[in-house]
Ligand binder design. Structure first.
Ligand code: SF4
Length: 326
């Protein structure tokens, strides 16, 4: 398998005013994050609000500039390319946002919304050729072809998200970043859109970077999962291992809060104490130590490295698991 997206040591720091005598402080929104997404693969980045997962997506899209690190799309460097050069890369890299109500222009017809990237990237010789492609894209996202003539505001949230997905598919990208793409939808609609992503991926061989706060949702569509806490990836591995044998105490707590469908099955809920600390002044050593039920002295003085376990590709950043690395 070849990598579509590679991210090395990505950092994004912001300066914010603290309000005290005009002083400013640095927010470590993303702090030394590395991962890759293979062709045809879904990698999910999960974590609580404010953990930096959406900033990772926005940095890859160059909506915010990284402080440090390297990003490659199909081997092409993304983070240093001039903004004009991003146009060519954006054909390969598309995005579906959380809110289908604000991400689609309500004054445009569905035809014009989906046709826009086709026209921008010169992917049709004539209007009728573009119309045919739009009709095919609506088929792919399971919307009727006569939707073309209507305005986006006439559709429900789930239907609008399908329109957004059709637009993202239009330039035949290699990877789509889905930033909380199902979070704003009702439960039953969520499941339909997750199924649609799964079908599209199998049909088109797409890679997906699925950014979500909801571990339960990603279980149904992802191949691998990266868990973020306070700007860092603290565990990454394949779906089966992550959901059946998570190693990091934070991943274990997140998973323990997912309801189980089987009423006879039991899962011990691990409740985390306290709030996520401020990324302006993260805890010393392990950033999770202020909430970790297993923290010990060393955790306060030494930051654990993301280390490979014996299970293929599974990495965890926790002192408890250091002896298990290869
Ligand atoms: Fe908990 Fe220490 Fe492991 Fe961090 S390094 S997760 S504080 S045991």
């Amino acid at each position: 398998m070849s990598s579509v997206l590679e991210v090395f040591n990505l950092k994004k720091y912001y300066l914010v005013r603290t309000g005290l005598f005009g002083r400013s402080a640095q927010v470590h929104a993303v702090d030394d994050v590395s991962f890759r997404v293979e062709a045809g693969e879904t990698l999910s980045i999960v974590g609580e609000s404010g953990c930096g997962k959406s900033t990772v997506g926005r940095t890859i899209l160059r909506l915010v500039e990284p402080t440090a690190g390297e990003i490659y799309l199909d081997g092409w460097r993304v983070d240093t390319v001039p903004i004009q050069g991003m146009r060519r890369l954006r054909k390969k890299l598309q995005v579906v946002y959380q809110d289908p109500f604000s991400s689609l222009n309500p004054r445009l017809s569905v035809r014009d919304i989906v046709a826009e990237p086709l026209e921008n990237f010169g992917m049709g010789q004539s209007r009728s050729e573009i119309d045919d492609q739009v009709a095919d894209l609506l088929d792919k996202v399971r919307l009727p072809r006569d939707a073309m003539k209507r305005l986006s505001h006439e559709f429900s949230g789930g239907q609008r998200q399908r329109i957004g997905i059709a637009r993202a598919l239009a330039p035949k990208p290699d990877i789509i970043i889905c930033d909380e793409a199902v979070s704003a939808l009702d439960v039953s609609v969520k499941a339909q859109i997750v199924n649609l992503f799964t079908d599209l991926q199998q049909e088109l061989g797409l890679a997906l970077l699925f950014i979500s706060h909801d571990l339960a949702i990603v279980e149904h569509l992802t191949h691998r999962v990266a868990v973020m806490y306070l700007g860092q990836i603290i565990e990454i591995g394949d779906r089966r291992t992550m959901f059946s044998a998570p190693k990091h105490p934070y991943t274990q707590a997140l998973l323990s809060s997912i309801p189980i469908a089987d009423p006879k099955a039991k899962r011990n809920r691990l409740v985390l104490n306290g709030e996520v600390p401020s990324p302006i002044n993260p805890p010393s050593g392990c950033r999770f130590r202020t909430r970790c039920p297993q923290a010990f002295d060393r955790c306060a003085v030494e930051m654990p490295k993301l280390a490979q376990l014996r299970v293929d590709g599974h990495q965890v950043a926790c002192h408890l698991h250091e002896g298990q690395s290869d």
